[in-house]
Ligand binder design. Structure first.
Ligand code: ADP
Length: 225
């Protein structure tokens, strides 16, 4: 049994979900004038929705969860606030997944208070119903059992983070072989991201000073915290 429930998402699935989402929105009789993609996760779904719904106006707003000293702040906030006049426009805010719902709540509040929209609705591909503080107006899948969706646009980032976590959790092990780490990744997360992601993740962790690559050997040189 994997330690973390993950779903490896293929590009084709994303296109299919975006198509289904567009149909749900169109069938509801509501047609947005403009889409606001939440950065970074909402970019690909938002662009696909523009195509499926023939929408030519696309903006973005970045919501972040991290404090200055890399401390987790529970408070999500707008990274680069800016003012706009969207008077009378129907705005659809799009993200990949509604997990806690914090990003969506902050984005909606910010748009309503600062951009003077006519109406604002929320759309995501997935909605994790047991933990989310809100329900998006439109979503494709209700996820009842919490899952990490490994979307194609965070494949390297996730792989590097997961491998870093494995290294951190095995404090007494100072050396690994590449294949040992890859096997442990597959075992703990239950997915195989394939090459070139493992190689790129190792290089990224080396650049961050966490590991040193020596041929097929990986020496642990630094840990978080
Ligand atoms: P939301 O407001 O959409 O619930 P969160 O504030 O909980 O989002 O998380 C911020 C971002 O982190 C999400 O928009 C998504 O890109 C990513 N994320 C959060 N939870 C997951 C998950 N279970 N699987 C994949 N990505 C996730």
């Amino acid at each position: 049994m994997p330690k973390v429930k993950c779903k490896l998402v293929a590009w084709e699935e994303v296109v299919n979900w975006a198509y289904q989402l567009s149909q749900k929105i169109l069938e509801s009789g509501w047609h947005p004038d403009i889409i606001v993609a939440i950065a970074r996760g909402g970019f690909v779904p938002a662009r696909l929705l523009c195509d499926f719904m023939d929408i030519h106006e696309l903006l973005s707003i970045q919501i972040v969860h991290w404090g200055r000293a890399a401390e987790i702040t529970t408070e999500a906030h707008v990274k680069y606030p800016y003012q706009l006049d969207l008077s009378g426009k129907k705005v659809l805010i799009v993200d990949d997944i509604c997990d806690t719902g914090d990003s969506l709540i902050v984005a909606k509040k910010y748009v309503e208070e600062n951009w003077k929209p006519g109406e604002v609705k929320l759309a995501t591909l997935q909605w994790i119903s047991p933990v989310a503080k809100i329900t998006p107006d439109y979503y494709v899948d209700e996820v009842k059992d919490w899952t990490w969706y490994q979307y194609p646009w965070t494949r390297l980032e996730d792989t590097a983070n997961f491998i870093e976590k494995i290294v951190d959790e095995n404090k007494d092990k100072k050396e690994w072989t590449k294949s040992e780490l890859v096997e442990k990744f597959k075992e703990d997360y239950g997915i195989d991201v394939g090459e070139p992601y493992y190689t790129l993740a190792f290089r990224l962790l080396e650049a961050y000073g966490r590991i040193k690559l020596q041929g097929d050997k990986i020496v642990v040189t630094g840990r978080k915290g």
